[in-house]
Design a protein around this ligand. Structure first.
Ligand SMILES: Nc1ncnc2c1ncn2[C@@H]1O[C@H](COP(=O)(O)OP(=O)(O)O)[C@@H](O)[C@H]1O
Ligand SMILES: [Mg+2]
Length: 361
């Protein structure tokens, strides 16, 4: 468990920018570890740069800022320097992963599933709102270009504004929203091929004025395909959350989803079990619809974390249909609690799996 001094240290580190860059050292992935044991603060930094002087400045800045924290009795900032890959390789990486697409987004969290209909979009939408409620600046990118559902789930049926060259995302319940569904007619079947998928996603990232966000939750098409591939190649992702249902067969699909992200070098943050238990609308009692404990077992079998369990409830369907996510419609209900716990677990997991350090040449 992180204690309050530890989180204060993380806050301090988030305020430190690499000299000459606009990003902070946490979002660059330079902070490996923070611990604060009875006031003894230890921080481990690995900075990928050729500019050793700048890295030392960062360390000094960190040391003095942490020393000024109440409760910090000693400060030890360990600095490791890592030399970036040769220029040509770096250039190739820069083409592949282009952080300029969304320079001010700290964590991109992909919500994925092995197959459709497991509640991926529902989980993505409610997770985004729950993260916003925890105080994180949050966006939701509907990357399910084959079946966008953010317009319906948030009740938005108009086109986004364009200011200058950039599209302004909608904002509902504290979450910035963008979906191809805002610009493509719902009854027009869209047949996307690889390069078009790539172009569309690039625009949803780079042409949208997302601004500074702590989390961008991305709702992916089910299965494994071009969209996931494109995103994983284009932007550094903090990790993937895999949604599954309690039936045994879902395990096979979840396994496929996990394998794909791992192959793409995107860390899997864990799995969420959706439609796990049934909450009686009359008495509020909870019943297991399927075998209990499947989520934990699945997580263990797939060697990943179990992030949480969302109950089955008709109110979720209704909320999705009228454009009011359940965490907004019933903020004190069991689902809101489940999603708040999920948001906390996702935030903690994203922090642990900080993105791979990017190089500053
Ligand atoms: N926990 C839940 N309880 C009841 N219905 C749910 C739950 N999660 C999702 N649903 C419903 O299941 C259907 C499919 O969900 P959706 O989020 O669109 O899945 P996906 O994005 O994986 O295709 C929707 O009608 C949705 O309202
Ligand atoms: Mg969906």
């Amino acid at each position: 468990m992180a204690n309050s001094l530890e989180s204060a240290v993380w806050d301090v580190l988030r305020g430190i920018r690499f000299p000459g860059m606009s990003r902070d050292i946490v979002s660059f992935g330079f902070v490996d570890k923070v611990s604060a044991d009875g006031g003894a603060v230890r921080v481990a930094l690995t900075i990928v740069t050729q500019n050793a002087e700048a890295a030392r400045q960062v360390r000094q800045q960190a040391e003095s800022a942490i020393a000024a924290l109440p409760g910090a009795r000693s400060v030890d900032v360990e600095l490791k320097l890592s030399v970036p890959p040769p220029r040509q390789e770096a250039a190739q990486q820069a083409i592949a992963r282009d952080p300029r697409l969304i320079p001010e987004v700290t964590h991109v969290v992909a919500v994925a599933s092995g197959k459709g209909g497991v509640g991926k979009s529902t989980v993505a939408a409610n997770l985004a709102v729950a993260l916003a409620r925890l105080g994180y600046r949050t966006g939701l990118l509907d990357a399910d270009i084959y079946g966008p559902s953010v317009p319906t789930m948030f009740g938005i049926h108009e086109r986004p504004r364009v200011v200058g060259e950039r599209v302004v995302p909608f904002e509902r319940y504290g979450v910035k929203l963008m979906s191809l569904g805002f610009v493509v007619d719902a009854d027009q079947p869209v047949i996307w091929r690889g390069p078009m998928v790539m172009k569309a996603l690039e625009q949803l990232l780079g042409d949208v004025d997302w601004g500074a966000l702590d989390f961008l939750v991305a709702d992916f098409p089910p299965g494994t395909g071009d969209a996931q591939l494109t995103m994983a190649q284009k932007i550094p992702m903090a990790g993937a959350v895999v949604v599954t249902t309690p039936q045994d067969v879902a395990l096979i699909d979840a396994r496929k989803g996990l394998a794909m992200f791992r192959k793409l070098n995107v860390p899997v943050l864990g799995i969420v079990e959706n439609m796990a238990t049934f909450v009686c609308p009359h008495c509020g009692e909870t019943t297991d619809v399927f075998k209990r404990g499947g989520g934990e077992r699945t997580a263990k079998e797939l060697e990943t974390e179990f992030l949480g369990r969302i109950p089955l409830d008709g109110a979720i369907v209704e909320g999705g249909d009228v454009g009011v996510p359940i965490v907004v419609g019933q903020p004190d209900g069991p689902h809101a609690k489940a999603f708040a716990a999920l948001a906390e677990a996702v935030a903690a997991a994203a922090d642990r799996h900080t993105r791979q350090p990017m190089s500053i040449v």
